[in-house]
Design a protein around this ligand. Sequence first.
Ligand code: NAD
Ligand code: LMR
Length: 327
Amino acid sequence: MKSPVHVAVTGAAGQIGYSLLFRIASGQLLGPDQPVILRLIEIEPGMKALEGVVMELQDCAFPLLKGIVPTSDLAEGFDSASWALLVGSVPRKAGMERGDLLGINGKIFTAQGKAIQDNAASDIRTLVVGNPCNTNCLIAMNNAPDVPKDRWFAMTRLDENRAKTQLALKAGVDVDSVKKLAIWGNHSSTMYPNYFDATIGGDPVPSVITDGAWFADSFIPTVQQRGAAIIKARGLSSAASAANAAIDTVRSLTTPTAEDDFFSVAVHSNGEYGIEPGLIYSFPMRSDGSTSSVVEGLAIGDFSSEKIKATEAELLEEKSLVSDLLP
Ligand code: NAD
Ligand code: LMR
């Protein structure tokens, strides 16, 4: 039996937490032979609800769940963690952009970054889900300068999954025949689902979906506005699909990527494709099962170039708005 891996989850009593924790405890995050200890972090007002979530986790009798630590103390919460899933933060309401949450949520990530540096395991990897996730990740990373920059991730996988489904629906194929669809940039309405590199059944997407106008008129705005459409319909932001995307992200980072595919996650830019170094920017990525890297050498046409610059500009603007939170 392997020794348990400590997984810290913030916002554990929230909507996403309720979809995420049971999947982690059942082995879907780290694999069916990997025991886990869940370290569940909430703010004081969430602790009562968290008690109920803990009871339900216990009542599932998951064989892989070797311990549960519910806490509002960050040092205790991140102690020994090898994965930190930073979900806890306020979701936007109808009519807001995710960036409008910066003033409310940004400061949460200074203390969490410091606590991760001071308490987590030496192999800690952090995935930020709470919005605006790219810039929140930037804040946490900059407040934990001793943690290597390649251990910080912000979630754009939900956008990738949304984009793949839209392409599959349009082409009338199963979603798993869509590969190499990467989200570029910010998890916001400027994100760019780059369909030029994507394939359907191994063929380039633009050769399968020949209705050229559909991409700019329907596909890109549908993906960019999907989060808002769900808030409008449900009255609450996406939760089960967000939890699913968090699981997918960690699986993609920890298992070798298939030869004919890549995946999306926002990472620390080292200047790939001319993107400002230091930003947390979503790129096409590949993993060898332990380390991941940006897929380099893709051809970028004028249309894509404009889009990847526009979303970079928004991230630079967000960075300037939180400069007081970046030591
Ligand atoms: P929610 O309001 O249901 O739950 C959030 C939980 O976080 C609450 O229980 C709250 O008490 C807790 N919390 C707040 N501040 C905290 C802190 N400082 N430390 C620990 N816990 C804290 O919200 P939700 O629907 O679970 O969404 C959480 C976040 O995820 C939101 O910011 C939302 O916009 C974001 N989100 C991101 C994506 C993505 O694709 N990146 C997708 C969906 C939602
Ligand atoms: C989403 O994409 O569904 C989330 O980021 C929630 C939101 O505010 O759109």
